[in-house]
Write a protein that binds this ligand. Structure first.
Ligand SMILES: Nc1nc2c(ncn2[C@@H]2O[C@H](COP(=O)(O)OP(=O)(O)OP(=O)(O)O)[C@@H](O)[C@H]2O)c(=O)[nH]1
Ligand SMILES: [Mg+2]
Length: 328
């Protein structure tokens, strides 16, 4: 079963080599100094570095062009130009690099571990300075090599994301609002149902650990048979470690919401009910919510119920800890 795919397009350039230098020794009392032009530095490479603490490609969404530095030109007195600095692109394990045009896989980082590097594009070599070209017949070569050009590639990075926890609930219960309050994601929130049309993912960093949360479109009765939008996306919660069911406690007609949700999930795939789950009472800032919370707890004494409000931030810390426990 397929998960969420995070992807981004990048243009990458390795550096050009620096030119070799044409220079002649100049010293007092040595009128005809020999050639002493140094070599150019190498251009920088384009390098990928695997980082375990990264879980998504979102850190690459803001910048799409990466250039390694060019090598410096050679100098007199046979001095080498400095090598150009590499450009290092950090990616999470599991990232796949494809040629943007042909879609061919250039590298699959599924087997790589934290800290491993892969040189993708080499920088161009530096040109040789003129002192290399001195021959018996030609004592004063006015020629030095140019640096070699760098390389260019247009690539697509892909990462199959597996959400740790999926948010499940009827439309407008506040799934996207909660994702927004807990993570770096910025999903659309609105008071009408089916605001969310495709799943949103967000990353919650808790100490050393990242957990990926998924907000899917609202589930309605009949979703398992294709009603509403939720059905198409139920598959996305199949591989999560746990589920959080959201019940809107600002509304009084919540009594059979949870059992309806469970029934839809069971209909779609009974294994979903084996996952650890939390029951979240949402919108606790609303008037009748406290009363409704008591009723919900009475109805489901065996469930782990957490009362939350995005507006007052009630329960969010408790929820984070509960999700962390579920994801590990
Ligand atoms: N009072 C109150 N309102 C909230 C809270 N959280 C969300 N809302 C409101 O509830 C409405 C729906 O919020 P969304 O986050 O879009 O709900 P959703 O579950 O993602 O909805 P769909 O994507 O349509 O399934 C919006 O008007 C929110 O402002 C809360 O904690 N308290
Ligand atoms: Mg939504």
């Amino acid at each position: 079963m397929q998960g969420f795919i995070d992807e981004t397009r990048l243009e990458v350039y390795s550096g050009e080599g620096g030119a070799g230098c044409v220079s002649f020794r100049r010293e007092k009392y040595v009128p005809q100094g020999g050639p002493d032009g140094g070599d150019g530095g190498r251009g920088g490479d384009v390098v990928f570095l695997v980082k375990n603490n990264l879980k998504t490609l979102s850190h690459l969404n803001h910048k799409h062009v990466y250039k390694a530095a060019n090598g410096q030109g050679g100098m007199g007195r046979r001095m080498h130009g400095k090598n150009g600095e590499n450009v290092v692109i950090e990616v999470p394990p599991g990232t796949i690099v494809r040629d943007y045009q042909t879609n061919d896989i250039l590298k699959d980082f599924s087997e790589n571990i934290d800290g491993e590097e892969w040189v993708f594009l080499r920088g161009g070599g530096g040109g040789q300075g003129n002192w290399h070209f001195r021959t018996a017949r030609k004592q004063t070569p006015r020629y030095a090599q140019p640096g070699l050009p760098g390389e260019y590639a247009e690539i697509r990075l892909e990462l199959n994301l597996i959400a740790d926890i999926g948010f499940v609930g009827f439309p407008s219960v506040g799934k996207s609002s909660l994702l927004k309050a807990l993570t770096n994601a910025n999903p659309k929130v609105a008071s009408y149902p089916f605001t969310t049309k495709i799943p949103n993912l967000g990353m919650l960093r808790l100490g050393e650990k990242d957990i990926v949360l998924a907000d899917i479109p609202g589930i309605i009765e009949g979703a398992s048979h294709g009603l509403g939008l939720g059905f198409k996306f139920l598959k996305h919660i199949s591989r999560t470690a746990g589920l959080a069911f959201l019940i809107d406690l600002g509304e009084d007609d919540f009594h059979d919401t949870y059992s309806k949700l469970l029934a839809e999930l069971k209909e779609y795939n009974p294994d979903l009910l084996d996952k650890p789950r939390l029951l979240l009472g949402t919108k606790m800032d609303l008037e009748t919510a406290e009363e409704n919370l008591k009723k919900l707890q009475e109805l489901y004494p065996d469930e782990h119920v957490i009362a939350v409000s995005v507006f007052s931030r009630q329960g969010l810390e408790e929820l984070k800890l509960a999700m962390l426990k579920m994801a590990t």
